[in-house]
Design a protein around this ligand. Structure first.
Ligand code: NAD
Length: 248
């Protein structure tokens, strides 16, 4: 299997893209650290992983807090002895308003959960991976890490920032055995979209040339591949998984 003997950490692992990726890591032989603020659904993912015959733990952590990000890496190492792979995925949609109407709190919240979190996580993951001589990090950006989307300035700025962090991390650690890449999903059917009405979902679907929204598993497959040695020459780059959304 792709990840036999390896340890993978997923933030936001209780739901959606994070959950699907945690399950695929396990199916490929990894021991998995599922981290999230939602403990109950996270424990369910741990159980599903155990049913697949692999090992997992749940770590309750808020990625907008640096001390939580440090602790999740510590707990991974305490339990499984190492950290080989990290998928920095936790995120929120946030306030929907044009810049002039967006609240300062709304801006700060999305920047902290969707962008600063990725810096905190990478900071502690990289320190551990350097001690082991290498690793692979995948950050979850978005198509909105490449283009704008009305009424989502904080989300768009955060996701562009994740691409910047990925490029910088890639160039700083390429010669030290750590590969760092970003994925860019288009709109994916997860609980993140659950607040949207049928009309909005139809509008979003119409913006995808492939004619439908994506499924979390379709993003997980790309994350798995980028996390594996099959992607040994890939670092510091952004990979869209978007049904041709960005081709327009
Ligand atoms: P989701 O809501 O199903 O999952 C997100 C998970 O992150 C949840 O389990 C939630 O509890 C967790 N989370 C939220 N805030 C957290 C915090 N402060 N600390 C720790 N965990 C926290 O959503 P999803 O669609 O699977 O989103 C995962 C990632 O994918 C996000 O970064 C999102 O921006 C990105 N993304 C989603 C889409 C989409 O259309 N669904 C598109 C592009 C990118």
């Amino acid at each position: 299997k792709l990840f036999d003997g390896k340890v993978a950490l997923v933030t936001g692992g209780s739901s959606g893209i994070g959950r699907s990726t945690a399950l695929l890591y396990a199916r490929e032989g990894a021991k998995v650290v599922v981290s999230d603020i939602h403990e109950e659904s996270g424990m369910q993912v741990v159980q599903e992983i155990e049913q697949l015959g692999s090992q997992a733990i749940f770590v309750s952590a808020d990625v907008s807090k640096p001390e939580d990000c440090e602790r999740m890496v510590q707990q991974a190492v305490e339990k499984f002895g190492r950290l080989d792979i990290a998928f920095n995925n936790a995120g929120i949609g946030g306030e929907s308003n044009a810049i002039g109407d967006m609240s300062i709190e709304g801006w700060d919240k999305v920047i902290s959960i969707n962008l600063s979190s990725v810096f905190y996580c990478m900071h502690f993951q990289i320190r551990q991976m350097l001690q082991q001589g290498g690793g692979a990090i995948v950050n979850n950006s978005s198509i909105l890490g490449q283009v704008g989307f009305a009424n989502s300035a904080a989300y768009v700025a955060a996701k562009h920032g994740v691409v910047g962090l990925t490029k910088n991390g890639g160039l700083e650690y390429a010669s030290k055995g750590i590969r760092i890449n970003a994925v860019g999903p288009a709109f994916i059917k997860t609980p993140l979209l659950s607040g949207m009405g049928e009309e909005t979902l139809q509008f979003l679907t119409s913006k995808h040339p492939i004619g439908r929204l994506g499924a979390p598993e379709e993003i997980a497959e790309l994350v798995i591949w980028l996390s594996s040695d099959k992607a040994s020459f890939l670092s510091g780059a952004y990979y869209a998984a978007d049904g041709a959304y960005l081709s327009q």
